[in-house]
Design a protein around this ligand. Structure first.
Ligand SMILES: [Zn+2]
Length: 124
């Protein structure tokens, strides 16, 4: 039986999970990909089994790992478009609004007419 594990992240594929585990190892954090054939067996009763779970052994490590990952996500989002900004065209008035890269995937207001504007996700 596995001990108590703290799930810090879920990914769509094992490959992606392995990359993150390696990335964390470089930063002194020991993480593991939970049983690849049965990702539903987790602490906290997480049984939705959506994707591959990456876990660490204790809560303190989990907090550190999540902080690192969040920071990494922000940096990746900021760098993906070079300038740390993202453009979104207002469907109401056609104005091209420029938002911070950190607003990707959110809904903002058009600077011209105040209508809701969907800020696009990172293109891959
Ligand atoms: Zn507008």
């Amino acid at each position: 039986m596995p001990g108590d594990l703290y799930c810090i992240r879920r990914t769509a594929t094992v490959e992606e999970a392995d990359i993150i585990v390696t990335w964390l190892a470089d930063r002194g954090i020991e993480a593991q990909v939970v049983d690849r054939d049965n990702p539903g067996v987790l602490a906290f009763g997480l049984t939705d089994a959506e994707g591959i779970a990456i876990c660490v052994a204790d809560e303190e490590t989990a907090k550190k790992a999540q902080a690192l990952l969040e920071e990494h996500d922000r940096e990746a989002a900021a760098q993906s478009k070079g300038e740390g900004e993202v453009e979104a065209t207002c469907e109401e008035c056609g104005t091209v609004n420029t938002f911070e890269a950190s607003t990707r995937g959110t809904v903002q207001e058009c600077s011209e007419c105040g209508a809701y504007v969907d800020v696009p996700e990172i293109e891959s």
